[in-house]
Design a protein around this ligand. Structure first.
Ligand code: ADP
Ligand code: ZN
Length: 518
């Protein structure tokens, strides 16, 4: 047992003071409370459970998803003189026996364990014989089916309150939207008052989101500013990581690929090189992520739409952990969106889950298409806020807006006149006055809104509809086939005709193609 939290902070970690809400959380845990800690990556979550575990009698139990991650943490702790160890399946029987002996003798301050190991009956039985100072569940979002990294074994951690009723519980994560948050808190029976949501803002990270136009050119433009720096480029598919990496090699970058389909040795080698060498660009699927502990990642780019706002926040959050300026770029295209919708529609997931996925996608598209400060929208999603930041693309160059009243009226009345049950694609076809067998069959080629939208092209109408959805004027029937209907706000809008500024339509694809060909 050690002395006071601040003394431990100084003697074990060599820090002068707590950061943000760390001190408050530590005090709460030392006093035996439960806690849910939502703090961004790099915010300093580890101290929040390590220090109370050292202050309180008994051994701290830390649940962590990755053996590699555990090994790093344990090594650092041992280096600092803390009696820490990891219990995992790689351990030789003799070493395991020795570890259990040490635990029983009260000679261990912190034990790291993966959920699979913890949940084994023999592990649970053994741990019940040992006084626990607290149980910390790191990466707790893995418990939630709404989270972006659901793990069934993590879900089973809901047995902990019953198995270890005397140990204070602590769930920590860097990423959790409201439903995820609520699920974790319920599963672990942590009270509302015990939630600590610390500042999400990462002021040193610059945010920029662009529609995919010619992605390689856009990427090169971005990388131009980051020559000689390390960064990560996320792609959706394994093949694309390899193609992009070898293309970047040809452009004079040191680029490596990383994805789940590579054999383990090659993957680990690339990760090590990224970690140790300078100016390495890692082109990866989202398989590359957890456990990266490189403080000087200077940029993160997404070549495809990320999975959700949380995923975007988490993935961009890997940049600039040293607090120095870091840069991000996300490219998204209509194809990404269509693909993502199809994934969701065709998945075998229960309807409730698919509905949640669609909502998350719409929130993400709202971020993509906002004319507001990106940071405000991003933080707002987590229940946090800020002033217009001056460090994002929309702050730097506010997007051109146009008076969207007429377009919105046309779109809404087209939705209304077709019976508020058709999806985006159909509504756009009617607005454009397309000849279509379905449209004719429903008689929608004879309604007043047929062909009233020819001043915009298909992509622009889609963008307008997405913005109307983002503004809450149009509802999407998520339980059914994505039919659009007019929300209460939309009806009020049609009645009151207030000003509505939308992002200006971009030049049509065709035109730009022609220019490029010249
Ligand atoms: P998280 O788990 O939230 O991603 P970590 O616990 O790994 O973050 O901490 C991130 C970094 O910040 C680490 O290098 C850690 O040593 C450092 N750190 C944490 N708390 C403090 C503090 N109070 N003062 C200075 N550095 C800190
Ligand atoms: Zn901003």
């Amino acid at each position: 047992m050690y002395s006071s939290p601040t003394e431990i902070l100084r003697s074990v970690y060599g820090y002068d003071g707590f950061r943000g809400r760390q001190g408050e959380i530590v005090e709460h845990m030392v006093a035996g409370g439960n806690a849910f800690v939502l703090m961004p990556t790099g915010g300093g979550k580890s101290l929040c459970y390590q220090i109370p575990a050292l202050c309180r009698p008994g051994m701290g139990l830390v649940i962590s998803p990755l053996i590699a991650l555990m090994a790093d943490q344990v090594a650092a702790l041992v280096q600092a003189g803390v009696r820490a160890a990891a219990l995992n399946s790689d351990l030789a029987p003799a070493a395991r026996d020795e570890l259990w002996q040490a635990m029983r003798a009260g000679e261990l301050d912190l034990l790291y364990v993966a959920p699979e190991t913890l949940l084994r009956p023999d592990t649970l039985a053994g741990l019940k014989q040992i006084p626990l100072s607290l149980i910390a569940i790191d990466e707790a979002h893995c418990m939630s089916q709404w989270g972006h990294d659901f793990r069934p074994s993590y879900r089973q951690l809901d047995i902990l309150p019953d198995h270890f009723p005397d140990a204070p519980r602590m769930a920590l994560t860097a990423t959790a939207d409201a439903p995820t948050r609520q699920e974790i808190v319920e599963l672990l029976r942590i009270g509302e008052a015990d939630c600590f949501i610390a500042g999400f803002d990462r002021p040193n990270i610059r945010y920029a989101i662009e529609e995919k136009d010619s992605p390689r050119r856009q990427l090169l433009g971005f990388l131009e500013r980051h020559k000689g720096e390390s960064g990560i480029i996320y792609c959706l598919s394994k093949r694309k990581t390899e193609e992009t990496a070898s293309w970047l090699e040809g452009q004079g970058f040191r680029a490596l690929a990383y994805h789940g389909g590579m054999d383990k040795a090659a993957r680990e080698q690339n990760q090590r090189r990224f970690q140790r060498e300078e100016a390495v660009v890692m082109v990866a699927t989202i398989a590359f992520g957890m456990g990266i502990d490189k403080p000087d990642v200077r940029f993160v780019a997404h070549l495809d739409l990320p999975g959700s706002i949380e995923a975007y926040y988490q993935e961009t959050g890997r940049a600039g952990r040293d607090g120095l300026p870091a840069d991000t770029l996300m490219l998204y295209g209509a194809d990404d969106i269509a693909l993502r919708r199809r994934f969701i529609d065709e998945s075998d997931a229960p309807e409730q889950r698919r509905r949640m996925e669609r909502q998350k996608l719409d929130a993400l598209l709202g971020l993509c298409e906002t004319a507001q400060c990106r940071r405000q929208v991003l933080l707002g999603y987590f229940g946090d806020g800020c002033e217009p930041c001056g460090n994002c693309d929309t702050c730097a160059a506010p997007p051109e807006l146009f008076d969207g009243l007429v377009a919105a009226q046309k779109a809404l009345s087209c939705i209304y006149r077709t019976g508020e049950r058709f999806g985006q694609a159909y509504i756009v076809e009617v607005l454009l006055g397309r000849e279509d067998e379905r449209i004719a069959r429903f008689g929608h080629d004879r309604i007043s809104t047929f062909g009233i939208g020819t001043e915009h092209d298909q992509a622009t109408w889609r963008a307008i509809l997405r913005q109307l959805i983002a503004h809450g004027l149009v509802n999407v029937d998520l339980a059914g086939h994505g039919g659009l209907s007019i929300s209460d706000d939309g009806r009020a809008f049609l009645r009151d005709k207030p000003a509505l500024m939308l992002r200006a339509p971009r030049p049509a694809r065709k035109e730009r193609g022609r220019k490029a060909a010249r």
